[in-house]
Design a protein. Structure first.
Length: 556
């Protein structure tokens, strides 16, 4: 077989395996995302950006321009409603596959098809970057990455028609998120390295998108919150170094998840030092850098230093959503550093084995990320289901603080705005029947939300209860948690404690293993009046009364 035929076979085999890897990644990500619902920042879009207005489209989110993510959200709402996040998950997965494809092309130009396959596969299954892989809100970062790499590839072609394409790609990258600015830096470096005359001739490629961004910033972006401070500037080198080491950990499957963030690893810095030593050795043997390195380094450095300038709680350099971008930049830089290296078949085989092992290990943090989102989905669907059950009486300004919702990630929701969105686009919440079968944690917090949203009224007075004309039952003293609870329907119930010790009442509705609502230390001889408003569910409340002495419960 001729050398040309062998090369074609190798190239085609790598492409076939890339398609297989992309199909496997899509299947996993779609399966993991199929049962998830909206999370954290997504609610800001759903609650406050449901119309095609200039503020909805152009107001910054944090410091980011989010024009295209909001447009995608608006189209998804009008086409598919709000009952499922799956349409947006499909868009996210399509963009992720696109990033893998353009990364493959980028690396193949420098190292050939097999290293390109390994790089794209590592990124497709980058489990520590689970927020970008599973959370459709991260369409912003992923879209910027896709069109940013496409910009660099188009500029490398050096043709005028590709320059026009690069200009359009860069504008789209910036419209997805401010991450596009890092690729603008890379594109500017690519033009400048070719000489001032050519840079000036082709400057519109970068100038036009940046002028559009400047117009947005003057009109809307300058109102964004800004975390820039002297402390952040002074801490930037440490932040950047930690981001680089965390990204390297992620690529090599050395990262694990604690709660919703990726834990720090002790391996990243030593590995980075080893890689720098190997690079220095290579430079001794073969001096010089390839020109494509500088645009990649410019984009990577600008990303990490801009992130450092805006560092704050939740924006640590090892945050999951940064690791996908950080790993992508490392792969771009590595491809340029190794450009010209032609490994033999044994080295390629070893690299393939290492890639497969790393992918296998990185599926663990990906699953852990999915588990985190599943827990948040249970809480969100349960809490929102409780708001819908209480829709008749809930105050429009009723919110979901963590102490009753069980999560800090529903802070964008107010009952009135949420219920209007449900009327327009459908509900992502549990139906009452689904809530009754939900995981216990969701049922517990649904009871807490219901008690506050209806709201339940509990008032204790020193006066004895009036039992005339009411259905009353005596609860013997010493009754504990093992006793059968009393079934309550909407209306007023009174609980009277005779002389003796302090009383305690516990209440639940959807919860089955515990009583989320407890009133303890009720004085003997007093009467507690419990008022339960009617709502949209037929599920009864259950009351447990505990005291040393006999208590009388009268249901209206």
């Amino acid at each position: 077989m001729a050398a040309r035929d062998l090369d074609r076979l190798s190239r085609n085999a790598a492409l076939v395996l890339l398609v297989a890897a992309m199909a496997a990644a899509a299947a996993i990500l779609l399966a993991y995302g199929s049962e998830l619902t909206y999370f954290q920042d997504s609610w800001e879009f759903l609650m406050h950006r449901r119309e095609f207005t200039a503020p909805a489209l152009l107001d910054p989110h944090n410091e980011h321009i989010v024009l295209l993510p909001v447009l995608i959200e608006l189209l998804s709402l009008r086409l598919f409603g709000m009952s499922s996040m799956m349409p947006e998950t499909v868009v996210l997965v399509a963009l992720l596959l696109g990033v893998a494809a353009v990364l493959f092309v980028y690396v193949r130009r420098r190292l050939g098809p097999w290293p390109a396959l390994f790089a794209a596969t590592l990124l497709l299954f980058l489990g520590p970057g689970w927020q970008d892989l599973l959370w459709p809100f991260q369409i912003g970062f992923v879209g910027s990455a896709l069109f940013g790499i496409a910009t660099l590839l188009a500029l490398e072609n050096g043709e005028r028609r590709w320059d026009r394409a690069a200009c359009a790609f860069l504008a789209v990258a910036i419209a997805f998120s401010s991450l596009g600015l890092s690729f603008a830096v890379g594109a500017a470096v690519e033009l400048l390295r070719r000489g001032w005359r050519e840079a000036l001739t082709r400057a519109y490629v970068v100038a036009v998108p940046l002028l559009l961004y400047a117009g947005w910033y003057a009109g809307w972006g300058r109102e964004a919150e800004n975390q820039l401070s002297l402390d952040n500037v002074l801490d930037a080198p440490d932040y950047v170094l930690e981001g680089l080491t965390a990204s390297l950990d992620s690529l090599l499957a050395l990262a694990t998840i604690f709660d919703e963030v990726v834990g720090r690893s002790q391996y990243g810095l030593p590995l980075l030092l080893v890689l720098l030593a190997l690079l220095g050795y290579r430079q001794v043997r073969r001096p010089g850098f390839y020109p494509g390195l500088w645009p990649a380094l410019g984009a990577m450095a600008s990303f990490w230093f801009l992130a450092a300038a805006n560092a704050s709680l939740g924006r640590e350099p090892y945050s999951s959503r940064y690791l996908y971008v950080g790993a992508l930049f490392l792969l771009l830089v590595a491809a340029n550093l190794l450009q010209g290296v032609r490994p033999n078949r044994w080295v390629l085989a070893g690299a393939g084995v290492v890639t497969a092992v790393v992918v296998g290990f990185n599926l663990v943090p990906l699953r852990e990320g999915r588990d985190f989102f599943e827990k948040q989905t249970v809480l969100a669907r349960a809490d929102l289901g409780a708001i819908e059950i209480a829709a008749r009486t809930v105050e429009p300004a009723f919110a979901l603080p963590p102490e009753i919702s069980g999560t800090p990630f529903l802070n964008e929701i107010e009952a009135g705005e949420y219920l209007r969105a449900v009327r327009e686009y459908g509900s992502p919440a549990y139906l009452p029947a689904e809530l009754a079968a939900a995981p216990e944690e969701g049922r517990v917090h649904a009871d807490l939300v219901l008690a506050n949203a209806l709201p339940l009224s509990i008032e204790t007075t020193a006066e004895p209860a009036r039992e005339q004309g009411r259905r009353c039952v005596a609860v013997p003293g010493g009754t504990g948690a093992g006793a059968a609870p009393l079934v309550l329907r909407p209306g007023v119930t009174t609980i009277s404690f005779g002389a003796g010790g302090e009383g305690k009442i516990s209440l639940r509705r959807f919860a089955q293993q515990e009583y989320p609502l407890v009133a303890a230390g009720i004085a003997p001889g007093s009467t507690t009046r419990l008022d339960i408003p009617s709502d949209r569910s037929r599920q009864p409340w259950r009351l447990l009364v505990e005291a040393k002495q006999t208590a009388t419960v009268c249901r209206g």
